[in-house]
Design a protein around this ligand. Structure first.
Ligand SMILES: C[S@@+](CC[C@H](N)C(=O)[O-])C[C@H]1O[C@@H](n2cnc3c(N)ncnc32)[C@H](O)[C@@H]1O
Length: 218
């Protein structure tokens, strides 16, 4: 089965709570989908199906960009760890010159393409790991990627030079354990309704930070 067929089989179009402007192919429960992923790939210990959910970070970024399109209008945008692609869709809808939705999970790339089609949005996807590669963009979006220490550190090590070079780097975090604590300026706050199946709360306070070019304490 292709990733596209799997996404269509396992999800249904629904509205993310904070961004009703979009209809996305999303799942209701994580564990059965994770098990189905292992079956279709005939492997165990596969990554969780992050792509089937609109995480608080992505929702907050999408809300910000739809409400303040000037942040990305006419700009080249990269959405790192795009997941279902919600922030990418919002950047495209806000008038970005180009949007690259980057996620190393092939199911995410399929889901993002389907979500773009469903919402009449044009963007590109890649499953290349951009970490460590030169960033060819004006704006970098990072939604909800501070949930593992090694990943958060690698993402920040890659993103900080981009901020230092004058790129707008927006990091959205709902209180994950490994969010950096310095070199950030708070930009916006959202309360994102969440499912108890995914989170230990029914809502997550999510803050969008701008990475500072210098590294001044937040
Ligand atoms: C918690 S999800 C967040 C998805 C989306 N940004 C959102 O907020 O809804 C984290 C995503 O990062 C992706 N990811 C992990 N490591 C990555 C890497 N090195 N490059 C690109 N994506 C990565 C995962 O596959 C997953 O889809």
């Amino acid at each position: 089965m292709t990733p596209r067929a799997f996404v269509l089989q396992q999800t249904r179009l629904s509205e993310p709570s904070l961004v009703p402007e979009f209809q996305l192919y999303l799942a209701d429960e994580a564990v059965p989908l994770w098990q189905a992923t292992e079956q279709v790939l005939e492997r165990v210990n596969v990554p969780p199906p992050y792509w089937a959910f609109a995480w608080p970070g992505g929702q907050a970024l999408a809300r910000l960009l739809l409400d303040q399109p000037n942040l990305v209008a006419g700009q080249r945008v990269v959405d790192l760890g795009a997941g279902c692609g919600i922030a990418s869709l919002a950047a495209a809808r806000a008038g970005a010159a180009s949007v690259l939705a980057a996620d190393i999970d092939a199911f995410a790339a399929a889901a993002i393409a389907l979500n773009a089609e469903a919402n009449g949005v044009v963007l590109s996807t890649t499953t290349d790991n951009l970490l460590g590669q030169p960033l060819d963009a004006d704006v970098l979006l990072i939604g909800d990627m501070c949930y593992e220490r090694a990943l958060a550190e690698a993402v920040l090590a890659w993103a900080r030079p981009a901020a230092a070079a004058g790129r707008l780097v927006l990091l959205a975090d709902p209180g994950r354990a490994y969010r950096p604590t310095d070199g950030l300026a708070a930009m916006a706050d959202y309360v994102v309704p969440t499912s108890l199946d995914l989170e230990d709360k029914t809502e997550r306070h999510t803050r969008i930070w701008r990475l500072l070019s210098g590294g001044t304490p937040s």
